[in-house]
Design a protein around this ligand. Structure first.
Ligand code: AKG
Length: 299
């Protein structure tokens, strides 16, 4: 048995086409999750903001309340839909992300919910690094105008398989999160994300491969499908890199589900062949996974 990934598993990334109608987005996601499970997937991933269009203008009107947990169905229809689809499909479901409103603090977050095959909530990740960029003439985006950042590293244990790290989109640009998760024993880093037609071609695949080669783990990036009429045009190209940073599977721009088999042996082989994993010089520089790392939400 592999140390990190207890048994092989099929991973599905659903490059979902979402629109303005939330309840349609939820039923559409359910259909896709069920069909991924029918194709043999044990772990299924949805994209960032899978229940809404993506953009600062949309966060408040689509936001749902998650706390105290569990929320009621009227506080969070997406929580209940995700829980039900995980249970019905009997999969581990990394439910992309949804806009969240904490009614106590009045703060909005970009939040990912992960459910187990019994429909139980396993993890919540609020996007830690907000997408604030300004490339003149190309793209200016300031999530921090509306959203607040999360404040923890998220690693979730899937009892049948092992540990998976979850972070959202822009979080992938910060290698520390990935390094910490890999050194804490994650076999995969999963990023629901919605890059765009400027930074997508520049960095999407490169960042997936970079996090994989640095950490010798699987890396999965799951985008929404591109909507040419939307104010924010997602890059698409959902992909999975193996621990040698080879891209195993890559979607196009439209709605599509990509499936790939993950095996623990592949992680161990890659680490045996190129043993950087055990050659680090923590006498020369610090190990970011040690010391001040927050794994729990600050209340
Ligand atoms: O980092 C990028 O280029 C895109 C990030 C993004 O779209 C996001 O965080 O939602």
């Amino acid at each position: 048995m592999s140390k990190l990934l207890k048994k092989p598993v099929k991973l599905a990334l659903i490059q979902l086409a979402s629109g303005a109608d939330k309840s349609h987005n939820l039923t559409h996601a359910r259909d896709k999750v069920l069909s991924a499970a029918q194709s043999g997937a044990g772990i299924v991933v949805l994209p960032e903001c899978f229940n809404s269009p993506y953009g600062c203008d949309y966060f408040p009107s689509y936001a749902e309340t998650l706390l105290p947990s569990p929320p009621t169905p009227s506080q969070s229809p997406s929580f209940h839909a995700l829980s039900a689809m995980a249970k019905e499909a009997h999969v581990y479901l990394i439910g992309g992300s949804i806009p969240e409103l904490d009614t106590e603090t009045k703060k909005y977050y970009n939040t990912s919910l992960t459910f187990g095959p019994s429909g139980d909530l396993l993890a919540t990740h609020r996007k830690v690094h907000l997408f604030d960029i300004d490339i003149p003439g190309k793209i200016t985006f300031k999530e921090s105008e509306v959203l607040s950042p999360g404040n923890k590293v998220t690693i979730v244990e899937f009892p049948e398989y092992g540990k998976v790290a979850i972070a959202i989109c822009y979080d992938i640009r910060f290698p520390e999160l990935a390094m910490i998760a890999a050194r804490k024993g994650a076999f995969a880093l999963v990023y629901p994300g919605a890059f765009n037609t400027t930074t997508g071609p520049m960095h999407w695949k490169l960042l997936g491969q970079a996090r994989a080669v640095d950490n010798q783990v699987y890396v999965a990036l799951c985008s929404p499908a591109r909507d040419e009429d939307a104010s924010y045009r997602a890059w698409g190209h959902s992909l999975v890199c193996d621990p040698l940073a080879e891209v195993l599977v890559e979607a196009g721009e439209r709605e599509e589900t990509v499936l790939v088999d993950l095996s623990g042996e592949k992680i161990e082989e890659s680490r045996k062949g190129i043993p950087v994993y055990g050659q680090r010089r923590f006498d020369v520089y610090p190990d970011v996974s040690k010391g001040e790392v927050r794994f729990e939400d600050e209340v």
